[in-house]
Ligand binder design. Structure first.
Ligand code: KIV
Length: 266
Protein backbone atom coordinates (compact mmCIF):
# COMPACT_ATOMS: atom_id res chain seq x y z
CA UNK A 1 0.00 0.00 0.00
CA UNK A 2 1.32 3.45 -0.93
CA UNK A 3 1.58 6.51 1.37
CA UNK A 4 -1.48 8.28 2.72
CA UNK A 5 -3.33 10.50 0.25
CA UNK A 6 -3.29 14.19 1.13
CA UNK A 7 -4.94 17.25 -0.42
CA UNK A 8 -1.51 18.24 -1.76
CA UNK A 9 -1.19 14.84 -3.43
CA UNK A 10 -4.64 15.23 -5.05
CA UNK A 11 -3.52 18.55 -6.55
CA UNK A 12 -0.32 16.88 -7.84
CA UNK A 13 -2.37 14.06 -9.37
CA UNK A 14 -4.29 16.63 -11.43
CA UNK A 15 -1.05 18.22 -12.65
CA UNK A 16 0.36 14.80 -13.59
CA UNK A 17 -2.84 13.60 -15.27
CA UNK A 18 -3.14 10.73 -12.76
CA UNK A 19 -6.90 10.17 -12.38
CA UNK A 20 -8.32 10.31 -8.84
CA UNK A 21 -10.48 7.38 -7.67
CA UNK A 22 -13.25 7.87 -5.13
CA UNK A 23 -16.03 5.62 -3.81
CA UNK A 24 -18.47 6.01 -0.96
CA UNK A 25 -18.34 3.92 2.23
CA UNK A 26 -20.32 4.23 5.42
CA UNK A 27 -19.09 1.27 7.49
CA UNK A 28 -15.86 -0.40 8.60
CA UNK A 29 -16.07 -3.56 6.45
CA UNK A 30 -16.40 -1.79 3.11
CA UNK A 31 -14.00 0.98 4.15
CA UNK A 32 -11.37 -1.70 4.83
CA UNK A 33 -11.82 -3.33 1.40
CA UNK A 34 -11.66 0.04 -0.36
CA UNK A 35 -8.58 1.10 1.57
CA UNK A 36 -6.83 -2.22 0.94
CA UNK A 37 -7.45 -1.79 -2.81
CA UNK A 38 -5.76 1.64 -2.54
CA UNK A 39 -8.73 3.82 -3.48
CA UNK A 40 -7.57 7.46 -3.31
CA UNK A 41 -10.58 8.98 -1.51
CA UNK A 42 -13.43 7.48 0.54
CA UNK A 43 -16.50 9.70 0.59
CA UNK A 44 -18.74 9.25 3.60
CA UNK A 45 -21.61 10.73 1.62
CA UNK A 46 -25.06 11.75 2.72
CA UNK A 47 -26.19 9.23 0.08
CA UNK A 48 -26.21 6.99 3.15
CA UNK A 49 -29.71 8.35 3.69
CA UNK A 50 -30.82 6.41 0.61
CA UNK A 51 -28.54 3.36 0.56
CA UNK A 52 -28.18 2.71 4.31
CA UNK A 53 -31.33 4.25 5.80
CA UNK A 54 -33.74 3.52 2.93
CA UNK A 55 -35.08 7.06 2.49
CA UNK A 56 -36.04 8.32 -0.96
CA UNK A 57 -33.75 11.37 -0.67
CA UNK A 58 -30.74 12.60 1.33
CA UNK A 59 -32.80 15.25 3.13
CA UNK A 60 -33.50 13.31 6.37
CA UNK A 61 -29.76 12.80 7.03
CA UNK A 62 -28.53 14.68 10.11
CA UNK A 63 -25.14 15.86 11.38
CA UNK A 64 -25.30 13.14 14.04
CA UNK A 65 -25.74 10.51 11.28
CA UNK A 66 -22.75 11.91 9.37
CA UNK A 67 -20.52 12.04 12.45
CA UNK A 68 -21.52 8.48 13.39
CA UNK A 69 -20.61 6.99 9.99
CA UNK A 70 -17.49 9.13 9.44
CA UNK A 71 -16.23 8.09 12.87
CA UNK A 72 -16.57 4.42 11.89
CA UNK A 73 -14.82 4.80 8.52
CA UNK A 74 -11.92 7.12 9.43
CA UNK A 75 -9.86 4.90 11.77
CA UNK A 76 -9.94 2.07 9.22
CA UNK A 77 -8.26 4.13 6.48
CA UNK A 78 -4.48 3.87 6.31
CA UNK A 79 -4.19 5.10 2.70
CA UNK A 80 -7.38 6.83 1.53
CA UNK A 81 -8.24 10.43 2.32
CA UNK A 82 -11.59 10.54 4.15
CA UNK A 83 -14.05 13.10 2.80
CA UNK A 84 -17.00 13.82 5.10
CA UNK A 85 -20.25 15.20 3.69
CA UNK A 86 -22.14 18.14 5.21
CA UNK A 87 -25.85 17.20 5.08
CA UNK A 88 -28.98 19.23 4.32
CA UNK A 89 -29.01 22.68 5.98
CA UNK A 90 -25.78 22.08 7.89
CA UNK A 91 -23.78 24.95 6.33
CA UNK A 92 -26.06 27.90 5.75
CA UNK A 93 -23.76 30.45 7.45
CA UNK A 94 -20.02 30.71 8.18
CA UNK A 95 -20.70 30.10 11.89
CA UNK A 96 -22.71 26.95 11.20
CA UNK A 97 -20.19 25.73 8.61
CA UNK A 98 -17.36 26.08 11.15
CA UNK A 99 -19.37 24.29 13.85
CA UNK A 100 -20.33 21.34 11.64
CA UNK A 101 -16.99 20.99 9.81
CA UNK A 102 -15.39 20.91 13.27
CA UNK A 103 -17.68 18.00 14.21
CA UNK A 104 -16.88 16.06 11.02
CA UNK A 105 -13.14 16.53 11.49
CA UNK A 106 -12.79 16.43 15.28
CA UNK A 107 -15.38 13.77 16.18
CA UNK A 108 -15.57 12.01 12.79
CA UNK A 109 -11.91 12.15 11.80
CA UNK A 110 -12.56 13.47 8.23
CA UNK A 111 -9.63 15.12 6.45
CA UNK A 112 -11.79 17.17 4.10
CA UNK A 113 -15.45 18.22 4.04
CA UNK A 114 -17.87 18.41 1.11
CA UNK A 115 -20.76 20.81 0.70
CA UNK A 116 -23.43 21.21 -1.96
CA UNK A 117 -24.03 24.65 -3.40
CA UNK A 118 -22.65 27.35 -5.68
CA UNK A 119 -22.08 31.01 -4.93
CA UNK A 120 -24.18 30.75 -1.74
CA UNK A 121 -21.26 28.80 -0.24
CA UNK A 122 -18.56 31.39 -1.00
CA UNK A 123 -18.54 32.98 2.47
CA UNK A 124 -18.71 29.57 4.17
CA UNK A 125 -15.76 28.22 2.16
CA UNK A 126 -13.74 31.39 2.79
CA UNK A 127 -14.27 31.01 6.51
CA UNK A 128 -13.36 27.29 6.52
CA UNK A 129 -10.29 27.94 4.35
CA UNK A 130 -9.18 30.72 6.70
CA UNK A 131 -9.29 28.15 9.50
CA UNK A 132 -7.39 25.45 7.59
CA UNK A 133 -10.29 23.19 6.60
CA UNK A 134 -10.01 21.65 3.10
CA UNK A 135 -13.31 21.82 1.20
CA UNK A 136 -14.72 19.93 -1.77
CA UNK A 137 -17.52 21.92 -3.44
CA UNK A 138 -20.42 19.99 -5.04
CA UNK A 139 -21.93 21.52 -8.22
CA UNK A 140 -24.32 20.41 -10.97
CA UNK A 141 -27.07 18.17 -9.64
CA UNK A 142 -27.33 18.84 -5.91
CA UNK A 143 -29.48 16.07 -4.42
CA UNK A 144 -30.23 18.14 -1.29
CA UNK A 145 -32.18 20.51 -3.61
CA UNK A 146 -34.31 17.73 -5.12
CA UNK A 147 -37.61 19.35 -4.14
CA UNK A 148 -36.58 22.70 -5.60
CA UNK A 149 -35.36 20.98 -8.79
CA UNK A 150 -38.41 18.70 -9.07
CA UNK A 151 -36.32 15.54 -9.49
CA UNK A 152 -32.85 14.19 -10.24
CA UNK A 153 -32.07 15.71 -13.65
CA UNK A 154 -28.99 16.55 -15.70
CA UNK A 155 -27.90 20.14 -15.00
CA UNK A 156 -26.24 22.57 -17.43
CA UNK A 157 -27.65 21.50 -20.78
CA UNK A 158 -28.99 25.02 -21.09
CA UNK A 159 -26.27 27.65 -21.74
CA UNK A 160 -27.36 29.98 -18.91
CA UNK A 161 -27.09 27.21 -16.29
CA UNK A 162 -23.83 25.93 -17.84
CA UNK A 163 -22.32 29.43 -17.56
CA UNK A 164 -23.49 29.64 -13.94
CA UNK A 165 -21.88 26.30 -13.07
CA UNK A 166 -18.55 27.40 -14.60
CA UNK A 167 -18.74 30.77 -12.87
CA UNK A 168 -19.64 29.16 -9.51
CA UNK A 169 -16.71 26.74 -9.85
CA UNK A 170 -14.33 29.68 -10.30
CA UNK A 171 -15.88 31.61 -7.38
CA UNK A 172 -15.59 28.58 -5.10
CA UNK A 173 -11.99 27.93 -6.14
CA UNK A 174 -11.18 31.59 -5.45
CA UNK A 175 -12.88 31.26 -2.05
CA UNK A 176 -10.46 28.41 -1.25
CA UNK A 177 -12.13 25.16 -2.35
CA UNK A 178 -9.50 22.44 -2.86
CA UNK A 179 -11.62 20.23 -5.08
CA UNK A 180 -14.86 20.54 -7.10
CA UNK A 181 -17.25 17.62 -7.60
CA UNK A 182 -19.72 17.80 -10.50
CA UNK A 183 -22.78 15.58 -10.60
CA UNK A 184 -24.86 14.90 -13.75
CA UNK A 185 -23.56 17.55 -16.12
CA UNK A 186 -22.84 17.29 -19.87
CA UNK A 187 -19.37 16.04 -20.85
CA UNK A 188 -18.42 19.33 -22.59
CA UNK A 189 -19.26 21.41 -19.51
CA UNK A 190 -17.30 19.12 -17.15
CA UNK A 191 -14.32 19.30 -19.54
CA UNK A 192 -14.49 23.10 -19.64
CA UNK A 193 -14.64 23.39 -15.83
CA UNK A 194 -11.76 20.90 -15.49
CA UNK A 195 -9.58 22.80 -17.99
CA UNK A 196 -10.38 26.15 -16.35
CA UNK A 197 -9.75 25.20 -12.71
CA UNK A 198 -6.38 24.69 -11.05
CA UNK A 199 -7.92 22.41 -8.40
CA UNK A 200 -8.97 18.84 -9.27
CA UNK A 201 -12.51 18.04 -10.44
CA UNK A 202 -14.33 14.81 -9.63
CA UNK A 203 -17.21 13.64 -11.80
CA UNK A 204 -20.24 11.48 -11.22
CA UNK A 205 -22.27 11.32 -14.41
CA UNK A 206 -19.96 14.02 -15.79
CA UNK A 207 -17.82 12.16 -18.33
CA UNK A 208 -14.19 11.10 -18.60
CA UNK A 209 -12.80 14.65 -18.84
CA UNK A 210 -12.83 15.19 -15.06
CA UNK A 211 -9.67 14.71 -12.98
CA UNK A 212 -11.31 11.82 -11.12
CA UNK A 213 -14.48 9.76 -10.74
CA UNK A 214 -16.76 8.87 -7.84
CA UNK A 215 -19.60 6.38 -7.57
CA UNK A 216 -21.90 5.31 -4.78
CA UNK A 217 -20.56 1.91 -3.65
CA UNK A 218 -23.93 0.16 -3.56
CA UNK A 219 -24.65 1.33 -7.14
CA UNK A 220 -21.37 -0.05 -8.52
CA UNK A 221 -21.90 -3.34 -6.67
CA UNK A 222 -25.41 -3.64 -8.12
CA UNK A 223 -27.20 -3.73 -4.77
CA UNK A 224 -29.03 -0.37 -4.91
CA UNK A 225 -32.76 -0.49 -5.48
CA UNK A 226 -32.30 1.53 -8.68
CA UNK A 227 -28.81 2.49 -9.85
CA UNK A 228 -28.52 5.62 -12.03
CA UNK A 229 -27.74 5.24 -15.75
CA UNK A 230 -24.27 6.81 -15.33
CA UNK A 231 -23.19 4.05 -12.93
CA UNK A 232 -21.91 0.57 -13.79
CA UNK A 233 -22.22 -2.76 -11.98
CA UNK A 234 -18.55 -3.75 -11.60
CA UNK A 235 -19.50 -7.02 -9.88
CA UNK A 236 -20.98 -8.53 -13.06
CA UNK A 237 -18.64 -11.20 -14.43
CA UNK A 238 -16.20 -10.60 -11.58
CA UNK A 239 -14.39 -13.73 -10.34
CA UNK A 240 -12.64 -11.94 -7.45
CA UNK A 241 -15.82 -10.76 -5.72
CA UNK A 242 -16.18 -7.31 -4.14
CA UNK A 243 -12.43 -6.63 -3.90
CA UNK A 244 -12.14 -7.49 -7.60
CA UNK A 245 -15.00 -5.13 -8.51
CA UNK A 246 -13.35 -2.27 -6.63
CA UNK A 247 -9.98 -3.01 -8.21
CA UNK A 248 -11.66 -3.05 -11.65
CA UNK A 249 -13.24 0.37 -10.92
CA UNK A 250 -9.82 1.80 -9.96
CA UNK A 251 -8.12 0.33 -13.05
CA UNK A 252 -10.94 1.54 -15.34
CA UNK A 253 -10.86 5.10 -13.97
CA UNK A 254 -7.06 5.31 -14.19
CA UNK A 255 -7.16 3.92 -17.77
CA UNK A 256 -10.08 6.22 -18.64
CA UNK A 257 -12.25 3.34 -19.84
CA UNK A 258 -14.89 4.31 -17.25
CA UNK A 259 -17.24 6.05 -17.78
CA UNK A 260 -18.01 4.82 -21.29
CA UNK A 261 -20.01 6.99 -23.72
CA UNK A 262 -23.19 5.19 -22.65
CA UNK A 263 -22.63 6.39 -19.07
CA UNK A 264 -22.25 10.06 -20.10
CA UNK A 265 -24.64 12.96 -20.76
CA UNK A 266 -24.32 15.19 -23.81
O1 KIV B 1 -23.48 11.70 -0.93
C1 KIV B 1 -22.86 11.21 -1.87
O2 KIV B 1 -22.57 10.01 -1.94
C2 KIV B 1 -22.48 12.10 -2.95
C3 KIV B 1 -22.10 11.46 -4.25
C4 KIV B 1 -23.32 11.19 -5.03
C5 KIV B 1 -21.11 12.27 -4.98
O3 KIV B 1 -22.53 13.28 -2.82
Amino acid sequence: MTARITVKKLHKMKQEGNKITMLTAYDASFARVLDQQSIDVILVGDSLGMVMQGHDSTIPVTMDDMVYHTKIVSPICKHALVLGDLPFMSCTSPKQAIKNATRLMQQGGAQMVKMEGGEAQVENIMQLTRHGVPVCAHLGLQPQSVHKLGGYFVQGRNQKIADKILNDALLLQDAGADMVLMECVPVSLAEKVTETLDVPTIGIGAGRGCDGQVLVLQDMLGISEKAPSFSKNFLVGQSEGIAGAISDFIISVKAQTFPSDAQCFY
